[in-house]
Design a protein. Structure first.
Length: 172
């Protein structure tokens, strides 16, 4: 299908943002030098800025996407106009075309999959929740501004390596 949609589908399981955050990704948010995706507060559900450390694999995907959409504002522009993003249903429609029913996989489901597997793999719960941009409640949430960026960077690289190992095993 459309290469923009294909790249979005490849990036989603590696970074597991909310679908609206993925669709609305802007090139100005991508920091290639520091391998980070800096999502501003106004684009986040909880209205707090969020940093997604980017694995080598995620960077490789973004470099490929940049060849197609790098001259525009959006990483994943609409096929009809570069002034808009892919639609909210694009990822889910692509998953249906690939044979995944809505009870098996959705764009938002990459978040659940990552959370479940990373917890089963015994990664630190705080790092997982921070990576999902979940906010602590109560007093801890009010005072804790830790980002655990280095730990999360390691986790995200190991996660990407795990995903790519699964991909290689499935191809054998």
């Amino acid at each position: 299908g459309n290469p923009i949609v294909r790249f979005a589908l490849q990036l989603a399981p590696l970074t597991f943002p909310r679908p609206v955050e993925l669709r609305g990704a802007e090139w100005a948010e991508i920091d290639f030098d520091n391998a980070r995706w800096n999502i501003p507060a106004n684009r986040m559900k909880m209205r707090l800025p969020h940093i997604i450390p980017l694995s080598r694999q995620a960077i490789e995907i973004l470099v490929q996407v940049q060849k197609i959409s790098g001259n525009g504002k959006y990483v994943f522009p609409s096929a009809w106009t570069t002034s808009k993003t892919i639609s909210e249903n694009t990822i889910n429609f692509a998953l249906r075309r690939l044979g995944y029913s809505s009870d098996k996989q959705t764009g938002h489901g990459f978040r659940s999959m990552a959370s479940t597997l990373l917890n089963e793999m015994k990664y630190d719960r705080d790092n997982i929740e921070k990576q999902l941009a979940h906010v602590d409640g109560g007093v801890r949430g009010a005072y804790n501004e830790a980002e655990w960026l280095e730990d999360r960077r390691d986790m995200m690289q190991e996660w990407a390596d795990f995903i790519y190992r699964l991909k290689a095993e499935a191809a054998e």
